[in-house]
Design a binder for this molecule. Structure first.
Ligand code: 5AD
Ligand code: SF4
Length: 470
């Protein structure tokens, strides 16, 4: 099997087959896709392709897609039509359109049929083929242009993407494994992303060293299920966190997403004791009902989840939680749904991502009747969101009057001339761009910049963003 490092070396040999062809990449879905899009950009750049500013400036548009819910897929199909229309309306020649990511893997050549068909389909394990396929496509005469597809999981391609060098909100993404070995019955991911395959600890450490050498201070370790990381059954996620913590110059480590079943006490002990590891756990519960969890094949019971939360609160100072919830899973009764609401009241999450169940073709749950009406799913979703807002408002109010410290991540959209800051436990606040009596910064100059550490007095909040000031 080719190693990550040797693949990386081969990928890093520059060529000029792109010949200045301009590519625009649009990313949908999870952080793994954000990472993959950066990696695709890196591969194309090395081969002489250029980055386009938008679809109007591009010779090629790549859509990096998500298949988790049906609506996400529909949006992509309409987007293909929209891109072609917008180009026509701007009197521009037809553009080459490619689909990457989970939809490419799930639908393959199907995407090259029908009204909004595309020129190129490249699945998650085949991005190394993309520069070659693209250069053939854009240089061949239009009459000879063949539709191209590269999909399928490759056990030889351990990870074909070079490290990404661009931070997202000041954090550099580092994918530590691909795929998922769980078979949650509603989920398409094991089919689109294949079985779990870990990057070696050495490859991960090398990648982070490269990032730190180029100025990074924070990484977000990514995977469908990072807590299940277990390299050759010898080095688990807790041990990986410990190794990454040893990197000089690295200041903060975040990670996404954990599976509750793999959040072991010793993993939480490690998170609590390693100073660089941020105390924020995104642990999807999906449902608070044991009957539903069983039909979802989530492999934990509600009380086990709650015990884990209690343990984390004991051993991880200032820990905060976020979660994912699905409402309207087949057979979800009102009682099941109420059990989910009870969990929200009990855990008091900082943030929840809640979804109406969406049947995906070929997954085990597709054999169950999708028997909750769309109106009922909408009602349950609205109720979940309303309870979360109410619970959060009480929790957030307790923070007013405290002083928080965080890292400047980006310019805030609102209010003007202010910055968005994130605390280690993933809370966000905005600060004005200047120093005042209750705002003090390590940066002695007036004016903050991304990466600065700031402390500020919390004076209020709007939704999940905290306000600071006089
Ligand atoms: N329907 C609705 N939501 C889903 N998710 C995954 N599959 C489905 C589906 N078929 C949600 C889960 C998961 C998140 C990324 O998307 O809550 O944690
Ligand atoms: Fe999907 Fe479950 Fe794997 Fe998460 S753990 S990616 S929900 S199968």
């Amino acid at each position: 099997m080719a190693s990550f490092q040797s693949e990386l070396k081969a990928l890093n040999q520059p060529t000029d087959r792109g010949d200045g062809c301009r590519v625009f990449i649009e990313t949908y879905g999870c952080q793994m896709n954000v990472y993959d899009s950066q990696a695709i950009g890196g591969l194309l750049d090395k081969d002489g392709f250029e980055t386009a500013d938008d679809i109007f400036d591009a010779d090629v548009v790549l859509l990096n897609t998500c298949s988790v819910r049906e609506l996400a897929e529909h949006k992509i199909i309409s987007r293909v039509g929209e891109i072609r229309r917008q180009r026509r309306n701007a009197d521009l020649p037809p553009v080459t359109v490619g689909i990457c990511g989970c939809m490419a893997e799930r639908l393959g050549g199907e995407l090259q049929k029908g009204t909004n068909r595309v020129d190129l389909v490249v699945g998650v394990d085949n991005y190394d083929k993309l520069p070659g396929m693209l250069s053939e496509l854009v240089t061949s005469q239009s009459s000879a242009r063949r539709k191209r597809t590269a999909t399928g999981h490759r056990s030889d391609a351990h990870y074909v993407a070079p490290p990404s060098l661009y931070p997202v909100n000041n954090s550099h993404l580092v994918t530590i494994h691909k795929g998922c070995d769980y078979k949650c019955t509603y989920c398409i991911v094991p089919y689109t992303r294949g079985p779990q395959t870990e990057k070696s600890p050495q490859a991960i450490l090398d990648e982070i060293h490269t990032l730190v050498d180029s100025g990074a201070t924070e990484v977000t370790l990514l995977g469908q299920n990072v807590t299940a990381y277990n390299w050759q059954k010898e080095l688990d996620f807790a041990a990986l966190l410990e190794s990454v913590s040893g990197i000089d110059g690295l200041e903060r480590i975040r990670f996404l997403t954990g599976h509750p079943k793999d959040m072991h006490p010793h993993t939480m002990d490690a998170i609590g004791s390693l100073d660089k590891v941020c105390p924020w756990l995104h642990l999807p519960i999906q449902s608070g009902s044991n009957a539903v969890l069983k039909r979802m094949k989530r492999l934990y019971k509600r009380d086990e989840y709650l015990e884990m939360v209690d343990y984390a609160r004991r051993v991880i100072p200032d820990v905060t939680f976020s979660t994912d919830i699905i409402v309207g899973f087949p057979g979800e009764t009102e009682e099941d749904f109420q059990a989910t609401l009870e969990v929200l009241s009990r855990v008091k999450y900082d943030q929840i991502f809640s979804f109406k169940y969406s049947e995906r073709p070929g997954v085990p749950a597709a054999k169950l009747a999708d028997d909750i009406s769309i109106d009922e799913k909408k009602r349950r979703l609205a109720e979940v969101m309303a309870l979360q807002e109410k619970t959060w408002n009480v929790e957030a109010a307790r923070e007013v009057g405290k002083t928080w410290t965080g890292i400047v991540e980006s310019a805030a959209r609102h209010p003007r001339d202010s910055w968005r800051v994130r605390t280690p436990n993933n809370r966000k606040f905005v600060v004005a761009d200047g120093l005042s009596s209750n705002l003090f910064s390590k940066n002695t100059n007036h004016g903050l910049k991304i990466g600065d550490e700031v402390s500020a007095l919390i004076t209020g909040f709007a939704n999940t963003t905290f306000l600071t000031g006089e």
